[in-house]
Design a protein around this ligand. Structure first.
Ligand code: GLP
Length: 331
């Protein structure tokens, strides 16, 4: 039994624009942290909200002058780190603002003397545990935090070009979602009954390879799936792939693209029957300067994965909000 296809979120563009509207405050926060002697930056979250930090982390690992770490909330709670303390700026994300491990991580970060900023829904325990609380789309917010860090630490870039990209981004995300509908429908209906689906992604898009597999297919569709880094795929996982195995390969336009193209070549040669490629280069992204398409790619992939999940929901008749355990039992 199928379910009606939910439409593209009517407030997709607004949500992005509202997130971007906090940019000046993010810059201010980071500028103050730099003035006060910034030593390092942490990006923290769990599940979808950790995935949301992946593109910013990818950007900062290559371009930031300060060390930037990405940690799962409970890895921080259980492992601690000597490096966090005064001079640390910690960004945590949680959509609900109630994920207990992320709230505990914020409390711990605060207790070390670090500056703690969160992105979450208005109010709630995570916001209460923070020095500063923002709202909005976590992946975009983390990207804004990354840009603020680069700018405030004097990294040279064409900032006017970024302004242009951020102005165009809300509408470009909507247009990507619209342009991707046909492809998403084809993938979901072709793969809806597959016993397992592998998802590949490289660089900043790896986050959503893992995320499509874990959040959308396992959590929200109760389907077996696994996400791999496209480079790691060739270190073992590719041995199980052939024409009978379903694979979704994500391609962005960032520096890691050759890794995704290598996966595409291999899959088209040895496992083409149930392989689907989702490529940001197929999208027009109106107004996004060519030079910044790579940084925008993971945000576009996030929107395309969200739509793909909606198509699975519809063709499989399995509501994305159904859970066995999450938010229902003690865990
Ligand atoms: N797919 C995500 C999960 O991975 C996450 O664990 C949960 C709570 O996350 P958050 O802390 O963002 O509220 O939300 C969604 O269901």
């Amino acid at each position: 039994m199928s379910l009606p296809l939910k439409p593209i979120e009517p407030d997709l563009a607004d949500k992005a624009a509202r997130t971007i509207s906090q940019r000046a405050q993010v810059e201010e926060l980071v500028a103050k942290a730099v003035d006060d002697g910034l030593r390092n930056v942490f990006l923290v979250g769990a599940g979808g909200s950790l995935i949301a930090a992946h593109p910013a982390h990818y950007l900062l690992e290559r371009e930031a002058t300060h060390p930037v770490y990405k940690l799962q909330s409970d890895e921080l709670n259980t492992g601690r780190t000597r490096r966090m303390g005064p001079g640390s700026l910690v960004f945590l994300a949680s959509y609900t603002g109630r994920t207990k491990e992320t709230v505990a991580a914020a409390q711990y970060a605060r207790s070390t003397g670090a500056t703690v900023a969160v992105v979450t829904k208005e109010g709630g325990p995570l916001a209460d545990a923070a020095d500063v609380a923002f709202t909005g789309q976590s992946d975009l917010f983390m990207q804004l935090a990354a840009y603020a860090l680069l700018r405030q630490t004097g990294v040279e870039r064409d900032w006017a070009l970024l302004d242009q990209a951020l102005d165009a981004l809300p509408a470009a995300l909507v247009s990507a979602a619209e342009e991707g509908e046909e492809r998403a429908a084809a993938i979901a209906s072709a793969l809806k009954d597959e016993p397992i689906t592998y998802v590949l992604g490289s660089g900043p898009s790896y986050g959503w390879a893992y995320g499509l597999a874990m959040c959308f297919l396992q959590e929200m569709q109760w389907k077996h799936a696994a996400g791999f880094n496209s480079g790691e795929f060739f270190q073992g996982a590719f041995e199980v792939v052939d024409d009978d195995v379903a694979v979704i390969n994500l391609l962005g336009e960032d520096p890691s693209r050759p890794m995704a193209e290598r996966a595409r070549r291999f899959l088209n040669t040895y496992a083409s029957k149930k392989t689907y490629h989702v490529d940001t280069a197929d999208h027009t992204l109106p107004g996004i300067p060519q030079e910044l398409r790579g940084e925008v790619s993971p945000l576009v992939i996030a929107v395309l994965m969200d739509r793909l999940a909606r198509h699975y929901e519809s063709v499989r008749g399995h509501d994305l909000d159904q859970r066995h355990y999450m938010f229902k039992v003690d865990y």
